[in-house]
Every structure is written in C-alpha cells, then in structure tokens.
Ligand binder design. Structure first.
Ligand SMILES: Cc1cc2nc3c(=O)[nH]c(=O)nc-3n(C[C@H](O)[C@H](O)[C@H](O)COP(=O)(O)O)c2cc1C
Length: 294
C-alpha cells in the first residue's frame, strides 16, 4: 500500500512492492498503465504521480516530479510513435490485403498506380512484359514493351508479319505478365487483342528515334538471315531512301496490338510464400474482385 504524506519531499511510506496505476495525461496522448513496481522503481520514480495532474501530485514538489517522471513520459511518447509507425506500415485495405492493393473498382487505375511505383523502383524497363500467344494450341512467349494504356487496354508495337502477330491473327486472345522484382509484384492480364488504328500507330511511330523507324523498315522480324551484313546493308538502303526523317512513313507491316483485358490479377510477394493476390474479372462489362490463395 502507498500512503502519501503531506510533507513535500518525504513522499512515501512503503511496502516492498505494490501495484500502481499510472494515468499519464499528456497533450495528445492518453495512456493508461498498470504495473507492478518494486523497491528500485520507487527510487527512480520518487513519488506517486497524481491521476489528475500531468506534472505533480498534491504531495510532490514539482522539481522532483519533473526530474523523475519526465523520462517515463518520453518513453511513453516513443512507444506511441512505434505504434503509430507500425499502424502505417501494416495498413490493410477493406479485403484485408496490403494497402498497396487500394480499394479501387477499376483495375486499370490500380495498374497505373503500380506502374508509377515501378517506374520509380525498377532499374530499367518497368514497362517490359512477357506476352503469351498461341499457334495451333502451342503456347509461345516473349518480351515486349508496353507503349500505351487506356480503358481500351494495353498496347505494344511490333512487326505485323512476326510470329507473335501471326499467332494473334490466328487466335486473337493473349496474356501479358509484368514482374517488378524491386517491388516483389506481378500483374497478369488476359483478354482479346486487336490491332490499333492507323492514326494511333502513326502517332507512336513518329515519336520514335529515326534509327528505330529505319529498323522497322529493314527488319524481317524473326525470319532467318544469311549474314548480318545483309541486314546492315538494308539499313543503309533505307537511310538513303528516307534521308529526310520528317518524311519517313510508317511501314504497313508495322503497327500496334491492344489487349482488351477480361481479367487482371495483382500479386504481392510476402514472407514464407504467404503472398497476397487480388483478381479482377470483367463480367457483363462490370469488374468483380476476388482474392486468391497464394
Ligand atoms: C525487354 C524487351 C523488350 C522488347 N520489346 C519488344 C517490342 O516492344 N516489340 C517487339 O516487336 N519486340 C520486342 N522485343 C523482342 C521480342 O522479345 C522478340 O524477340 C521479337 O519481337 C520476336 O518475337 P516473335 O518471333 O515471337 O514475333 C523485346 C525484347 C526484350 C528483351
């Protein structure tokens, strides 16, 4: 039991240990602690704080309380900020997933956010994706670069006579996969794929460097070549043909494909393979969300 005396610096009559409730009422904080104190605590504390006054009880001299209580208050503030930091680092969305999954109805909007984060973190080509197509039910996959994104879908550019383009002409369904190692994130997209308009293709083609545009003319993409010199000669021929880079047209065999998504899955890696997954499926033109086992 603690029996406070009214003389300021002779504070306690003591038993060896006692239960003590400390209610620290500090600006911005209200914490309640119940702790078992022993004799050594009393030496440090120097007095039993008031439950109503933040600094001194009626029997304590203020300098004793300030000297002895203040370190405890600082510790309390520190604990408060650790809690606060922990809360921010572990925020969840309404489905119980990491807050990076947000709470959006539109997966394209979520993709834009993830892409902007990847642009800050990836050392190069955050817009690189693997593109899967099929030919006679045989799958084929290769990397391409995402060059357009809208509500219509995900656009990349290529040679229209390449194997990937021939696959798409045969089966206009494809899948894409982005992997951002620095963020431990993956996005998988699948849907129907269509050629972009000539206007859109012209606009992107004209934004490319001169040498890249010449390359689009000179390359029979994925065809076997006898000698590399033949290709380099072709490049020089086209450079001579199109000396003025302002008058370099887009080849008819070069354009873009836009994958209109029917499903988009967002994946976040976690410890011990307890990954988090959010999949959007488009049903009757409305996006529906589901979470998946890892
Ligand atoms: C990071 C990366 C990005 C690429 N981007 C493109 C691209 O945007 N368009 C393209 O036609 N090929 C691109 N390629 C080359 C393709 O992976 C592939 O070699 C080429 O398109 C032929 O594929 P196909 O024979 O399946 O048609 C890229 C390769 C890498 C590694």
């Amino acid at each position: 039991m603690v029996t406070p005396l009214n003389t300021p610096d002779n504070i306690f009559t003591l038993s060896d240990s006692f239960l003590c409730d400390v209610n620290l009422d500090f600006p911005g904080f209200l914490r309640f602690k119940s702790s078992c104190m022993n004799f050594s605590d009393i030496g440090i504390l120097g007095g039993h704080p008031s439950t109503t006054h933040p600094i001194a009880g009626p029997w304590d001299s203020p300098h004793v309380v300030k000297r002895n209580i203040f370190p405890k208050v600082l510790n309390d503030i520190r604990l408060h900020y650790i809690d606060y930091f922990d809360y921010f680092m572990n925020q969840k969305n309404s489905l119980g997933l990491n807050s990076c999954f947000k709470d959006l109805e539109d997966p394209i909007e979520l993709f834009k956010i993830w892409m902007s984060e990847a642009e800050k973190k990836e050392i190069n080509d955050p817009n690189a994706l693997s593109l899967a197509t099929t030919s006679n039910n045989i799958p084929n996959v290769r990397m391409v670069l995402l060059k357009g994104l809208s509500q219509q879908g995900f656009t990349f550019y290529t040679n229209l006579n390449s194997p990937k383009s021939n696959d798409i002409k045969e089966n206009p369904k494809a899948a894409m996969c982005f992997h951002w190692k620095s963020l431990q994130r993956q996005v998988r997209i699948s849907g129907n794929i269509n050629q972009v308009s000539d206007k859109e293709a012209d606009s992107y083609f004209n934004s490319r460097p001169y040498e890249s545009r010449i390359g689009a003319w000179a390359s029979d993409q994925s065809k076997a070549m006898n000698k590399r010199e033949n290709f380099l000669e072709k490049i020089e021929e086209f450079k001579n043909k199109y000396k003025d880079e302002k008058k370099l047209p887009r080849p008819k065999h070069w354009s873009g494909w836009c994958l209109n998504p029917s499903s988009i899955e967002f994946w976040l890696g976690d410890q011990y393979r307890i990954h988090e997954r959010l999949k959007y499926n488009k049903l009757s033109n409305v996006w529906k969300k589901e979470i998946l086992y890892p």
